[in-house]
Design a protein. Structure first.
Length: 253
C-alpha cells in the first residue's frame, strides 16, 4: 500500500485529536512519510504540535494545517482555493469531524445541542463533500471517507439526535456512492463502535466519571485501530471499494 499512497494529498477534518490525529500518523507510517497532509480543526495549537511531531518522525512528510471550523460553511471554498499549490489536488477527503453533545432524553435535549450535532455531523459533512467533489470530478479519481458510527446502524436511549445524524450520514454516503458509480471516485463509510477518545468526555459534557464508565471492564477500540482501517480502505486497488465497514471492539455485543 505504500506505493498506492505515494504522494497522495489527504485532507482530514477534525485532525487535532482522536481518530483524525491517529489517521494522520497512520498515513505517514503506511507511506514512510511520502504523503501530503492537510490537517484541519478549531484548535490550532494542537495541529501545530501534531505537525511538528509528524515531521520529526517522518522528515519527508509535507503537512499543511489550518484552523477551520467545519460549521463555517462559507469558509470552505476560499480555504480550498487558497491552499498552497502542491496541496490543491486533493486525493482523499476524510470527513471525520463530529460529535455527540449530551446523553439526554428527547424532551431534555437543548436546541443548541440538536443544532450543534446536525451542523457538524451532517451539514458540514455534506458541505465539505460538495466543495471537494469538483476537484475529484476534474481528475476522475478520489476517495471520500465518511466517519459514520454504529449509531448510524442502531439507536439507543439518550442518543436520539446523535443516532439521527449518523443515520443521515449513512444515507447520504450510500446515495453518493451510487451517484458516482460510473466514476473512479469512491465513497467509503467506516462505522466504529466504542473508541476511546475525547469523544466520550464531550458526549458527557466533561463529566469524567460518566465518560470513563463507557469503557469500564471492556477493551475499547483505540483511535489507531480505526486509522488502520481508513488507510487500508483507501489503499485498495481501484476496482475495490470498501463501501461500508462496521468496526466493533471484539468484546462489544
Ligand atoms: P474526538 O472528540 O476525539 O475528536 C473530534 C475531532 O473533531 C477533534 O479533532 C475536534 O477538533 C474536531 N472537531 C469537532 N468539531 C469541529 C468543528 N466544528 N470544526 C472542525 N473540527 C471539529 O472524537 P473521535 O476521534 O472519537 O471522533 C471522530 C469521528 O468518529 C466523529 O465523527 C465521531 O462521531 C465518530 N465516531 C466516534 C466514536 C467513538 O466512540 N469515539 C464511535 C463512532 C464514531 P477541535 O476541537 O480542535 O475542533
Amino acid at each position: 500500500s505504500a506505493e498506492r499512497l505515494a504522494n497522495k494529498v489527504i485532507l482530514i477534518t477534525g485532525a487535532s485529536a482522536g481518530i483524525g490525529q491517529a489517521t494522520a500518523l497512520e498515513y505517514c507510517a503506511a507511506s514512510n512519510g511520502n504523503v501530503k497532509l492537510i490537517l484541519l480543526a478549531r484548535r490550532l495549537e494542537k495541529l501545530e504540535e501534531i505537525a511538528t511531531e509528524l515531521k520529526k518522525q517522518y522528515p519527508n512528510v509535507k503537512v499543511h494545517y489550518e484552523k477551520l471550523d467545519v460549521c463555517d460553511y462559507d469558509k470552505v471554498e476560499p480555504f480550498l482555493n487558497n491552499l498552497p499549490e502542491e496541496f490543491k489536488s486533493i486525493d482523499i477527503l476524510v470527513n471525520n469531524a463530529g460529535k455527540a453533545l449530551g446523553v439526554d432524553k428527547v424532551g431534555d435535549i437543548a436546541q443548541e445541542d440538536v443544532e450543534g450535532m446536525f451542523a457538524t455531523n451532517v451539514l458540514a459533512m455534506i458541505n465539505f463533500t460538495q466543495k471537494v467533489l469538483p476537484i475529484f470530478k476534474k481528475k476522475n479519481s478520489g476517495d471520500i471517507v465518511q466517519l459514520g458510527s454504529m449509531a448510524g446502524r442502531y439507536s439507543y436511549t439518550g442518543g436520539s439526535v446523535y443516532c439521527a445524524t449518523k443515520h443521515s450520514l449513512r444515507a447520504f454516503s450510500d446515495s453518493l456512492r451510487m451517484e458516482l458509480i460510473d466514476t473512479n471516485i469512491r465513497v467509503i463509510e467506516i462505522a466504529p463502535g466504542n473508541v476511546e477518545t475525547e469523544f466520550s468526555m464531550i458526549r458527557y459534557k466533561g463529566n469524567s466519571a460518566a465518560a470513563g464508565k463507557v469503557y469500564e471492564n471492556t477493551t475499547p477500540l483505540y483511535a489507531d485501530d480505526i486509522a488502520e482501517i481508513i488507510v487500508y480502505a483507501t489503499s485498495r486497488k481501484q476496482n475495490t471499494v470498501l463501501a461500508q465497514a462496521l468496526v466493533f471492539p471484539s468484546c462489544q455485543a
